[in-house]
Design a protein around this ligand. Sequence first.
Ligand code: PLP
Length: 279
Amino acid sequence: MNRIVAVLGRGLVPADTPLLRADDLGAVRGDGVFETMHVRAGAPWLLDEHLARMINSADRLDLDLPPVTDMIELARQACSAWPHTEEGALRLVCTRGPEDGGPPTVYATLAPVSPKLKTYRAGGVAVATLPLGVTTHARTPAPWLLGGVKSVSYAMNMACQRWAVRNGYDDALWLSTDGYALEAPTSTLLWQVGGELLTTPTSTGVLAGTTARFVLDRAGDVGLTAGEKLVTPSELLGSQGVWLASSVRGLVEITAIDGAALPTAAKTRSLQDLVSYPV
Ligand code: PLP
């Protein structure tokens, strides 16, 4: 299936249609917000949760997001051209628009899930810890650092993933300068200690992951309780399982951290069953 593009107020357009002005602030400043969600059975999964996060991100950037009903309609238009049998990755984008003022630029793209992400569901990922250069609690009292905001400024996130891949890993895991594991550049960290399924508190500035939230809210279904904690990489190595969760990859087991192998996690399959992605 090829990429689908839908534009607010225009509906579906050919995927190669030029959409952004040369001075669009999304392109020249990374000034805008986005959400990516999993499309299954022809519809975006957890759409309400993603839209709520997008509204919050836009508020944090003082950006006027169109009414939520318009965003829902945009998502619906993109999905209308997608086969119900195929999973997909739907991205909703809203930038601040032209530099000299004007309406925000708002569109949706829908594309196949990358084959590499699909292989991670079955085979897991080896991660490299990379320092993020901030202390665990630096971002809470500094809202301008945009902790918890899903802005279109993802160049640093992508640079971390490229560094990891260039050095023989599958992904990166960010560390605070005081030594705690925070999140990955495009996914949330989950881990199991005894009967507890844990994640990093959002007070550290990590993005509030919708997939991890869905899993944590159902931890009881797989015999676990849910909690939040700070964790070091060496504590992760002694845990009963470590995972990355995100909307397009689903739930993926971390098999090694900085080259140190983790024992196979017994709960991977049952946690993956909770989110129902094809494995
Ligand atoms: N953390 C970051 C930095 C992300 O970019 C993402 C998703 O793209 C996540 C966590 C996971 O969030 P979600 O499960 O809502 O996709």
